[in-house]
Design a protein around this ligand. Structure first.
Ligand code: FAD
Ligand code: SF4
Length: 509
């Protein structure tokens, strides 16, 4: 009797120990199912890229001699849930055991766990062999602490995994963090490296996704899908990043430009999150580039911090606070998303650039997500649960374990400051300093009130004013409150009036 082994759409790790031996009594199962296309409205490229990459892994496994049962989106079984399909396959093959890799989403983890309890054959969950840390490791590190400082966690990771360390104990270069060196705007030089990705035509697959009735948004670009769909392509992308972009990653990590959408970012988040790439190999390559003198320490440390630090840390936050984290709403914000979240049609140039790009590319870099879109959402008091739904749908790399803490915690401060030490908000000044969006914008970045005043300005002061009770005592935002104290009542009233007027017509901003 065979054993069935399930491979989820974000578990495309061809190097998993499961695949080291070909065993005729093992059947690998992959399924394109409506429960996964429909749990949130997804970007077209996200559905397409995940399915295309799943098909590619299935093809490779068959080529190696493994048995694969693949359920395609246009089969009847695609409308059943994952557990229903598993039960049907257990009956069909008269399987003696079922195995699956630990899911990264709470939703799937629960669903498979409950299904396993009902099953009459043994269910075994194995490690996905991807992350540095176990699900509960961050919670152990932070046991008893009120605030979870990423930097504390990151230093532990550096020591434990001996990354960028000297004599086992000291950080290379005598410093753990080079954040302060990494805040330069980009003025056109050095040139943005060429997009390193391979392009594929997946029009037939896209047609079957549409024909199956799957709803989506954003540009499918099915005839020129640019995301890595197998490990070889992901490795090529990693090579190109290390070679051309990593040396400048640090300097321009926080930069924004209407002329360069990816700047010096790696675009590796999709390949990492669907596990085509292992974070250890990405970190090792970056570290080797430093030791070979190819990239400066500030760039390499900045990049490694994102993967060894932030990525593992947010996963730990997720597992420690689920379920319930998705409902966090510290400020009690309830506004729906303005219509331009879905078409990019706003006169605010920074937002129209960041959102249009997200709709076109299914990607935006960190500062666009945090300091343009997220910044506005928080200042405008948008409902964090709806903001979460939007981020979870639109980005190619969005899986709840990583998207939710970034959106609800870091960007919307909806967890009340567990993850972020202060709300990430700014007026136009920051956006102007870090990019070129303000040039040519309909709004005046300097004006605070009036028809053409940049909405970020009044909303920024209104935000701090209305949340004084909860934020005033936070030492990291003392500056804002000291400035507010210096303002006279008439100035504050004018800001508040301006903010109220704009909030009443968000759709037309
Ligand atoms: P690079 O800038 O080249 O960084 C390298 C890698 O570091 C990334 O590929 C990613 O794996 C990791 N990384 C960087 N920042 C973070 C972070 N804050 N948290 C976790 N990993 C990080 N990242 C996702 O992978 N999925 C998401 O759904 C997601 N949602 C986000 C939502 C918001 C509101 C914010 C502010 C950030 C979000 N991020 C998310 C983090 C970050 O924006 C993306 O990882 C990054 O933009 C991916 O592009 P890149 O591969 O070019 O990254
Ligand atoms: Fe954005 Fe304001 Fe600058 Fe316009 S002026 S690009 S709205 S920050």
């Amino acid at each position: 009797k065979p054993t069935l082994r399930l491979i989820l759409g974000d578990q495309l790790n061809a190097q998993h120990r499961w695949f080291t031996e070909v065993d005729a009594a093992t059947i690998y199962v992959l399924m394109e199912v409506r429960q996964e296309t429909d749990y949130v409205l997804h970007h077209a490229q996200k559905i397409l890229a995940i399915f295309a990459a799943m098909r590619e892994l299935a093809r490779q496994l068959r080529q190696l001699g493994h048995s694969v049962h693949y359920i395609a989106i246009d089969e009847v079984a695609s409308t059943r849930s994952i557990p229903e399909n598993i039960e049907a396959l257990i009956r069909h093959y008269d399987a003696c055991a079922f195995e699956y890799q630990a899911p990264d989403e709470w939703r799937l983890d629960q669903q498979l766990y409950q299904a396993g309890r009902r099953s009459t054959i043994p269910w075994l969950m194995v490690d996905s062999e991807h992350f540095y840390t176990a699900r509960h490791e961050a919670a152990d590190i932070f046991a008893g602490r009120k605030q979870w400082l990423m930097e504390f966690f990151y230093r532990q990771m550096r020591s434990t995994h001996q990354v960028l360390m000297e004599d086992a104990k000291k950080p290379v270069g005598g410093q753990w963090n080079f954040d302060h060196d990494n805040r330069k705007p980009w003025r056109g030089t050095p040139a943005e490296p060429q997009d390193p990705r391979t392009v594929h035509d997946h029009s037939p697959l896209w047609q079957s996704i549409v024909a199956a009735g799957v709803k989506s948004f954003g540009a499918p670009h099915a005839d020129r899908l640019a995301w890595a769909l197998n490990r070889d392509e992901a490795l090529q992308q990693l090579d190109a990043f290390i070679e051309r972009a990593l040396p400048h990653f640090g300097d321009f990590q926080d930069a924004m430009s209407s002329k360069a959408w990816r700047l010096f970012h790696s675009l590796l988040s999709f390949a990492l999150n669907v596990k085509m790439l292992n974070p250890r190999e990405v970190v090792a390559r970056a570290q080797a580039a430093y030791h070979a003198g190819h990239a400066p320490l500030a760039a390499v440390e900045g990049f490694i911090r994102q993967i060894l630090g932030w990525r593992e840390y947010v996963r730990g936050v997720y597992w420690a606070h689920m379920p319930g984290y998705a409902e966090k709403n510290f400020f009690g914000h309830t506004r729906p998303l303005p219509s331009w979240f879905w078409d990019g049609k706003t006169k605010m140039h920074c937002l129209s650039q960041a959102i249009t790009q997200s709709l076109e590319q299914a990607h935006a870099h960190h500062i666009q997500r945090l300091m343009v879109i997220g910044n506005f959402a928080l200042l405008a008091g948008l409902d964090p649960a709806r903001v979460h739904g939007w981020y979870l749908g639109i980005y190619i790399d969005a899986f709840e374990w990583v998207e939710l803490p970034n959106t609800v915690g870091m960007s919307q401060f909806a967890d009340g400051g567990l993850l972020a030490t202060k709300p990430y908000v700014s007026s136009a000044a920051y956006i102007d300093r870090m990019g070129d969006y303000c040039k040519g914008c309909h709004y005046d970045k300097k004006a605070r009130v009036g028809e053409r005043a940049c909405p970020f300005n009044a909303l920024y002061w209104d935000f701090f004013h209305r949340n004084a009770d909860t934020l005033e005592r936070n030492p990291r935002i003392g500056m804002a409150y000291r400035q507010l104290e210096k303002m006279d009542a008439a100035t504050i009233a004018a800001f508040r009036q301006q903010a109220a007027t704009m909030l009443a017509r968000l759709d037309s901003l």
